[in-house]
Design a protein around this ligand. Structure first.
Ligand code: AMP
Ligand code: MN
Ligand code: MN
Ligand code: MN
Length: 294
């Protein structure tokens, strides 16, 4: 594989020689296990050539690595924004935005506040379910990271209330369970606008995770387009050809670009490794062809 592109060589019509992309990853600045610096170093070691750290609702991890970009890897700014479409929680990935954009920073500050508020409400629900001290416990585990349900799940395992984090989601934190409080996020179009007005590209993350009917998923895609969204994530984690075909169609019908990522949080026996080889992708469709490194 030839990985010799210099910065500035990436016009959309040029043949794609940069082939291993990861535009969806998490560090310990949100709910991932690795420090941002260790994660990006590992991505470079594993042959990833273009990389975005897309922590949930924070760019702190990204800001911590802009000075430590490993040789051979191009870093693109990234974030995975929580939002909602109607009452459904949706994730929109922002890539290649200006990280000093005031409106985007204000949007992120609102998400910080929403997460702090939500964590208190989750803790209250867990307390009612017989688990006192959840807020303090989860905050201690988060250790300054953007707080989320996974930190509660880890605390519940550490406290012996459940056997595994999966169990914690299944019984207490997952969809429809007491700790699932998802009505506080900004509307989908606000998140898309926040990314775009900061010069970034907005990607609809893992569309099949929302468990929608095909008709409803198209309606979501259309709402995303109308808000200015530009791309669909066609590979998230382990590639599933059937899923990817469906997602390509979703993108094709509205002439959207495509993005890919591992959604790496930590090593697991069943999870995807870092990086997606896009050598065989058709030219002119990948978001990586229009994004410049930071
Ligand atoms: P939050 O951002 O606080 O809403 O938490 C969502 C995060 O929890 C996702 O990004 C996943 O990393 C994690 N998650 C969601 N569902 C599960 C599950 N069933 N088991 C383990 N982790 C999960
Ligand atoms: Mn996560
Ligand atoms: Mn997500
Ligand atoms: Mn993610």
């Amino acid at each position: 594989m030839t990985l010799s592109n210099e910065r500035g060589d990436l016009s959309p019509r040029r043949s794609v020689v940069i082939a291993v992309i990861d535009f969806h990853t998490h560090s310990a600045a949100s709910d991932g296990a690795l420090r941002a610096r260790d994660l990006v170093a590992r991505a470079a070691d594993e042959g990833v050539t273009r990389f975005a750290l897309t922590d949930h609702d924070t760019i702190a991890g990204y800001l911590s690595i802009t000075q430590y970009v490993p040789h051979g890897l191009e870093l693109v700014s990234g974030v995975e924004l929580s939002c909602q479409w109607g009452r459904v929680g949706i994730h929109v990935i922002g890539l290649g935005f200006d990280e000093s954009n005031a409106d985007l920073l204000e949007h992120l500050a609102q998400l910080d506040a929403a997460r702090v508020d939500r964590s208190a409400r989750i803790a209250h629900r867990l307390e009612k379910a017989g688990m006192p001290g959840a807020l303090e416990g989860a905050l201690e585990i988060a250790a300054g990271a953007q707080i989320g349900r996974p930190h509660f799940a880890r605390w519940m395992v550490a406290s012996g209330y459940v056997d595994t984090e999966q169990d914690a989601f299944k019984r207490f934190l997952g969809r429809g369970k007491p700790g699932d409080i998802s009505v506080l996020w900004p509307a989908l179009h606000c998140s898309v606008e926040a990314i775009i007005q900061a010069g970034g590209v907005a990607v609809l993350a893992h569309p099949l995770e929302y468990k929608m009917t095909a008709t409803r998923l198209r309606a979501l895609r259309d709402a995303f387009c109308e808000a200015g969204g530009q791309a669909i994530e066609v590979i998230n984690g382990r590639a599933n050809p059937g899923d990817a075909d469906q997602l390509w169609r979703l993108a094709d019908e509205r002439d959207l670009m495509v993005s890919v990522g591992s959604d790496f949080h930590r090593d697991t026996p069943y999870g995807a490794g870092l990086g997606v080889d896009v050598t065989a992708f058709p030219e002119g469709r990948g978001v990586w062809e229009v994004l410049c490194a930071a």
